[in-house]
Ligand binder design. Structure first.
Ligand code: ZN
Length: 305
């Protein structure tokens, strides 16, 4: 049986792009691996951050809407993602953030490991989770994503029965019940936490919120298999959409969160070499005729070397 190995990417909405770029490539030491536009609304950037090799499971993307109003996480939305801190690196991160006068909450214990939470320029939580993974990256891609739900069971069933995740237990802290599901294998981003809170809250999309969560398919055949498999579980997916760097299908999981299944190939070197990923504005063929106009209206970006 094919299973989902873990996260492919997480896509969020931000305010102005420069602050976003400075935070993720500066404070969090991620690599800008693609500068492109929102294929469905090309007068807005789509910025992709990842590890040096731009691998699935490390990719965080943003639609930076210059005039996006502030959003708010709530039930039916992914409420946080966590980066994996490689073994031995956690104390160094606390020191580094302290030296840079970057505020954070924690560390606190979650399933026996330390986690701290900082805020991105839009106030969205960015969690750093201590792991046993060995890596020379400052952060080794995703540790997990957290989905905020009114009822955990239907989403948990989808993840276990369809995706192949295993129930790793639950814990309650600060009035928040957290159920952990773990994908088999030890790929990056193989954890999904489901939380339920007694606090009354209503999700509102906008800057500082997560738009969707994408899981990996290793290739196109696996992705077609997921369309059939999910149909068998009563989830109708979209047709396959060409996203230039991967093929994508989408569906809304029972708790209301938008899920995507994205293929590993062709990857971010599809239209530029590994050495210069992210440095130039890349447009898919259908938007290339708009290049002159887009280069005039998109705010210029100061990238790090
Ligand atoms: Zn996506």
């Amino acid at each position: 049986m094919t299973t989902i190995p873990g996260l492919h990417h997480v896509t969020a909405i931000s305010g102005p792009p420069q602050e976003n770029l400075d935070f993720f490539t500066g404070t969090l030491r991620q690599r800008l691996v693609k500068t492109t536009v929102n294929f469905d609304a090309p007068d807005t950037y789509h910025l992709y951050y990842g590890n040096r090799a731009a691998q699935p499971g490390t990719i965080l993307t943003f639609f930076p809407f210059v005039d996006a109003g502030p959003g708010r996480a709530g039930p039916g939305m992914a409420s946080a993602y966590a980066y994996a801190v490689p073994k031995g690196g956690f104390d160094g991160w606390m020191e580094r953030l302290g030296d840079a006068a970057v505020d954070f909450d924690g560390p606190y214990e979650r399933f026996g490991a330390r986690v701290l939470t900082l805020r991105d320029p839009d106030g969205a939580p960015v969690e750093l989770a201590e792991t046993d993974c060995v890596s020379d990256e400052a952060l080794d891609g995703f540790h997990s994503v957290t989905l905020w739900l009114r009822d955990l069971a239907p989403t948990a069933r989808l993840l276990t029965d369809a995706f192949g995740y295993a129930d790793a237990g639950s814990e309650t802290a600060g009035g928040i019940e957290r159920l952990r599901l773990v994908a088999p294998g030890h790929e990056r981003g193989n954890i999904v936490d489901l939380i339920r809170s007694d606090a009354r809250a209503t999700a509102r999309p906008g800057a500082g919120t997560i738009h969707h969560v994408a899981f990996r398919a290793r290739n196109d055949a696996e992705q077609r298999g997921w369309q059939d498999r999910l149909a068998g579980f009563g989830h109708r997916t979209t047709q396959v959409i060409d996203r230039q760097y991967f093929n994508a299908i989408y569906f809304r999981e029972p708790g209301g969160v938008l899920f995507e299944i994205a293929t590993d190939p062709p990857g971010f070197t599809a239209d530029e070499p590994m050495e210069t990923l992210g440095q130039a504005l890349k447009l898919p063929a259908q938007h290339e005729p708009l290049r002159d106009r887009l280069e005039r209206i998109l705010p210029p970006l100061r990238r790090r070397a």
